[in-house]
Design a protein around this ligand. Structure first.
Ligand code: NAD
Length: 463
């Protein structure tokens, strides 16, 4: 963990997960600094909410600036997060695309037609200062998923990145802020209880959080103090169900990378595979072959496909889940161990023969480890896929698309794919069910999640 200083003007160390060594520092802001920061965000809100056209123009200019700054931001993101450089550039491109998408959205004033001689109108209004708290797996993309709709809707934002990945977000924040009025977007960095204080700050009107289920609960409890609106995008344990007619070699690359992209540190990664018992060993071998040949290394090396796990606690979690699966009778068809080198590298791992109640199946491993489980009947597979407290995404893989779609329709989650996984449209609603989330982000729903309805009733004619 980065070292806490807790002193005014203090800084904390940021580690490079490819070496395990500190390479930079970030400001360790204290919770009591938030009073002034949220106060300024509130003052800036008065001007920012007043002019939608100016807002859209500023966000578009900011998106251009983000793209221009990509050569500075991308290596910093790779250095602190670990992902391959090309993926850092892709993350920045998606960040700019999301800013442009929301700059182009505006709420629609709606008439209420209920037959009464009254002209009733819904006019959508912003909420006020928004607190955004994000994790370390896609720091920039998830930051923009918070600030782009909130700002486009006319709110101001105070955003806190994870202490594992504060640097690229600070740089992104300074690039975006240069195109906006002062204090419209503020990045704060530091360690707990900074996030807890931000989530419960009385000046905040919406807390939008992405992270783990336990922290999401704490955030919701904190926001209850001020009864601020809460949007939570939490963990997932997505299942991929392979059907009898699946062509294993044809889908193996796509399935593998649906689980291992960003070193498996994706909320919507495939985290469990269910294969017909007859095909299970073929599926295990096809995935294991890809796991053995994937190029693991520093994200800055040009041929790297998989970087390190981002941080030591996450690596410990991956090791614990895998060790337990092996102790439970599982078999590592590939990997199953750390790599003997500095940094937080873990060998891409395919697990077979794992009991269904082993933590690598029931919990969110959030790393480069994938269990493959056999099933006898499709009903059994669907039941197993849905038998979880999570409900983020799921996928079905097969040749007969109608049949696959009928199975996908039975998945209890927010988004289901056929022969793909985790590909999201900017225009779609993004909403986990059960413990995977509260509220809806993405698309117009993400904009309205940052607005409140204001209704004006006016008689058609004066009596
Ligand atoms: P985390 O919950 O540990 O931390 C998330 C953020 O909350 C960080 O900024 C952290 O500093 C902050 N935080 C920690 N304690 C807090 C508190 N008491 N009050 C307020 N803020 C606090 O999550 P993580 O380990 O950084 O990220 C991994 C998790 O995020 C996984 O569970 C993953 O599935 C989830 N995730 C979900 C989505 C989604 O869209 N559903 C996307 C990406 C990641």
């Amino acid at each position: 963990m980065p070292a806490a200083t807790g002193a005014p003007g203090g800084r904390f160390a940021v580690l490079d997960p490819a070496t395990g060594e500190a390479f930079e520092e970030a400001p360790d802001q204290r919770p009591d600094e938030l009073d002034a920061i949220v106060g300024r965000a509130h003052d800036a809100w008065r001007g920012w909410r007043a002019d939608p056209a100016a807002r859209a123009g500023a966000l578009l200019a900011a998106a251009d600036a983000v793209e221009e700054a990509a050569p500075d931001i991308a290596p910093l993101l790779t250095r602190e997060q670990g992902k391959p450089l090309a993926e850092s550039y892709a993350e920045i491109a998606r960040t700019a695309a999301r800013m442009r998408y929301f700059a182009g959205l505006a709420p629609e004033t709606e008439r209420i037609a209920d037959g009464r001689p009254v002209r009733s109108e819904i006019r959508w209004r912003p909420l006020g200062p928004v607190a955004a708290i994000v994790p370390w797996n896609f720091p920039l993309q998830l930051a923009s998923a918070k600030f782009a709709p909130a700002l486009a809707a006319g709110n101001t934002v105070v955003l806190k990145p994870s202490p594992f990945t504060p640097l690229a977000t600070r740089l992104l924040g300074s690039v975006v802020s240069a195109a906006l009025p002062e204090d419209v977007l503020t990045i704060v960095t530091g360690q707990e209880p900074l996030g807890a204080r931000l989530a419960s700050h009385p000046g905040i009107r919406h807390v939008t959080f992405t992270g783990s289920v336990p922290t999401g609960r704490a955030v919701a409890a904190g926001a209850a103090a001020s009864l601020a609106r809460v949007t939570l995008e939490l963990g997932g344990n997505d299942a991929a169900i392979l059907l009898e007619d699946v062509e294993v070699e044809r889908i193996a690359d796509r399935l593998f990378w649906s689980a291992f992209r960003n070193c498996g540190q994706v909320c919507m990664a495939v985290k469990r595979v269910y294969a017909p018992a007859r095909l299970c060993s073929d599926v295990v071998e096809a995935l294991a072959q890809r796991a053995r040949t994937a190029v693991v290394g520093s994200g800055l090396a040009p041929d790297t496909q998989l970087g390190p796990v981002n941080n030591a606690p996450q690596l410990a979690r991956v090791e614990r889940c895998t060790a337990r699966a092996l102790a439970d009778g599982g078999r590592a068809a590939a990997g199953g161990h750390r790599l003997e080198r500095p940094g937080y590298f873990y060998a891409p791992t395919i697990l077979a023969d794992v009991p269904p109640d082993s933590p690598v199946v029931t919990e969110e491993q959030f790393g480069p480890v994938l269990p493959v489980l056999p099933y006898d009947s499709l009903d059994e597979a669907v039941e197993a896929a849905n038998d979880t407290g999570f409900g983020l995404g799921g996928s079905v893989w097969g040749t007969d698309l109608d049949r696959a779609e009928a199975v996908a329709d039975r998945l209890e989650c927010g988004t289901a794919w056929i022969n793909h996984h985790a590909e999201l449209s900017l225009a779609q609603p993004f909403a986990g069910i059960k413990e995977s989330g509260v509220g809806v982000a993405g698309g117009p729903w993400g904009l309205y999640g940052n607005l409140r309805p204001f209704v004006v009733h006016r008689p058609e004619e004066e009596a």
